[in-house]
Design a binder for this molecule. Sequence first.
Ligand SMILES: [Fe+2]
Length: 200
Amino acid sequence: MELDIWNLKFEEFNISTMNKDVLALWPELEWINNEALREQTAKTWELAFERSVLTPEDLNRIPFTLLVGPDLKVTFMDHKRSVVHIARDAGQKINDMYHGELTVDMDVLIAGAILADVGKLLEYELDENGNAVQGNYGKYVRHPFSGVSLAEEAGVPAEVCHIIAAHAGEGNMIKRTTEAYVVHHADFMTFLPFKERLKV
Ligand SMILES: [Fe+2]
């Protein structure tokens, strides 16, 4: 009986604690001060892994874009984590230097940056050689949409879902919040030069 109570308590503890695989993948989760938002953000990644053919190991192996060729050494996680770091640095500078006339909610910004591409876990499939390719679902439902779906299921608030929805080209059709602009540019400034920079 005592053992059952212990197990129950242990399970309750696990439910309210970030999945250790997700935390290992995303040490930046610790930068989110609001505990509820931190857990919702981690939960979104847990849900994505439950429904994806990809594992955390795959994300540290596959290239972050399929458009540059097979020799790209920048992995999915290298790029996604760099976007979070760049967005955080930019948000801090805006808060430090714009006299409060342009402000960034750092928790919203960091959660949105961590979640921007979570929907890619549903977008990708692995071919027979272990290479990531866009699957049928991903062709119909791109990751800004599937990401919002996962995040809402995990209880992520609207201002963070907005960043997921607006981070890519689809977001050019709507007005972005300041936090969404920062994540969009952090993402695209480190993607477009790989794809089409001027080479002299
Ligand atoms: Fe994206």
